[in-house]
Design a protein around this ligand. Sequence first.
Ligand code: PLP
Length: 365
Amino acid sequence: MGEKEKEYVAEAFATNWVAPLGPNVDAFEKQLTTYLNVDGVVSLNSGTGALHLALEILGIKQGDVVICQSFTFAASAFPITYCKAEPVFVDSEKDTWNMDPALLKTAIDDQVSKGKKPAAIIVVHLYGMPAKMNEIIAIAASYGIPLIEDAAEALGSTYQNKACGSFGSVGILSFNGNKIITTSGGGALTSNNAELISKTRKISAQAREAVPYYLHKEIGYNYRLSNVLAGIGRGQMEVLPLRVEKRREIFEFYKNELSAVKGMYFPEEPTGFFSNRWLTTVLFSKDVWEPGTNEKVRVSLEKLNIETRALWKPLHQQPVFEACTAYNNGVSDELFETGLCLPSGSNTTRESLNLVVSEIKKCLV
Ligand SMILES: *Cc1c(COP(=O)(O)O)cnc(C)c1O
């Protein structure tokens, strides 16, 4: 937390705006709209809910195919199933670890040839690294398929100087406790389409019609963000640039200290890509390190109460999605087999970072 979060939360109590609407919600949405430079933002109670509404407002229905990046957290794809649509997974490319544009095109062509033109594409900026948006946007546009941008991990990242979360037909953000800024739990939907924004506002609040009694012509949800939690979000937005700076410093520190160790690889930003470095990730190259080195390091550090984690297990490998079609190239499989997330919290001290580095070096001798 920064300096101001408590103040805005106290304001909610003092004014009795303890409700899923109010001045903190309005101010938080305005900050996000300005920061992302989009037409509209609706704050919601989770990123998962935001993705669900993104699919709903785009008219995704039972039996539709929705293409989703395979290398991501399961929450990117779960909402596809809430709509009874069919997730189809596309693997990553090696530069950004995000959706491979060439494989995306293959997947669309193959689905089209089966008479199942995809109804939407969900692209993710994983660990804060922007996906290859020019290529992906061009492919989506050429087939006329709406693009949903899962920027849950990428608030503060930019691609060609434009904010992640502002590219898609619809974008989503998360303010879950583990993200770069948090409201403890929360999310948002962003768009440059005013109609989609007003539709989201309506269905996120039980789809009430604008008449003096309770009239409902469509299905609604209760997905709004509390005005109390939006107070935390307001304060967090004021420190977001500092958080990005800190996370990037942590990445640079690990990279400087460890990239001299043979076979340790830290993902670079291609030109025009700016990552918030939400989590520092590292690969133990297969050419140098035997399979399982990432897990060996994790277990050794765990004994010292230092938590590291495996990279996201690709969704095409998840039992819950085992019946789904997947277009694979082996990239995300190898990332999962060789990668590790290092401690990256914004409040990690230099002393802790030094300890992590020296312990990793010890495991690798
Ligand atoms: C966290 C996350 C989500 C879900 O957000 P919640 O606010 O936790 O529901 C979706 N996609 C990705 C990539 C995430 O990391």
